[in-house]
Design a protein around this ligand. Structure first.
Ligand code: SF4
Length: 193
């Protein structure tokens, strides 16, 4: 009984799996290389600077809205997505969910949570702050909390996030946020006397 209390959910699930000689090469938690986390952790440590940068970056993108509109959002999507995927992939291990919440999660991407939780950790965080599914990986939500504590608007982490809309995968968050902000701005202007 005492042994069961200490076992994590992932360990129990693993134990219940049928025995097999096939061990997939890329999905074993331990096979994820430690260096993959280096940049991700750096980004969390520098969340305040990145928050500042992101804010200005978003404003610049919004300023360029007439350019995107003239060229066509559909036409610029491909190159923008290429840059977004590579830059955010390097810095945050971005999975291109298309609905970025980094500014509300201490610059720690919640899509790296093996359970893809968008509103805080599950009950399986290990005593050392690592993930129960990937024991060598720091829990993305523990890191999210740490990152949010250094940000100016870090309390945004307390806002409840919508569940992931899978239909937005592989689309550009940058363009979506920009187009939405432009539409809101136009609406606000139209509503003015
Ligand atoms: S929240 Fe989505 S878009 Fe933002 S870094 Fe994570 S996977 Fe990429």
């Amino acid at each position: 009984m005492a042994e069961q209390v200490q076992a994590t959910q992932a360990a129990l699930v693993r134990k219940a799996q049928p025995k097999s000689d096939y061990k997939p090469a890329d999905v074993s938690p331990q096979r994820r290389v430690q260096s993959r986390y280096t940049m991700r952790l750096w980004s969390v440590r520098h969340s305040r600077g990145l928050e500042w940068f992101y804010k200005h970056f978003a404003n610049t993108f919004l300023l360029l809205h007439p350019v995107w509109k003239t060229l066509g959002y559909g036409r610029v999507e491909r190159p923008i997505k290429f840059v977004e995927r590579n830059v955010k992939g390097l810095m945050f291990d971005c999975r291109m969910c298309g609905q970025c919440v980094l500014s509300s999660t201490g610059m720690s991407c919640p899509m790296n949570c093996p359970k893809q939780l968008r509103n805080g950790p599950c009950g399986g965080v290990r005593a050392n702050g690592n993930c129960e599914v990937e024991p060598d990986m720091p829990c993305v939500w523990v890191k999210a909390w740490e990152g949010s504590r250094t940000m100016r608007e870090g309390d945004a982490i307390l806002n409840v996030q919508k569940s992931v809309d899978q239909s937005l995968r592989e689309t550009s968050s940058w363009l979506r946020v920009t187009a939405q902000a432009a539409a809101q701005r136009a609406e606000a202007k139209a509503g003015q006397p």
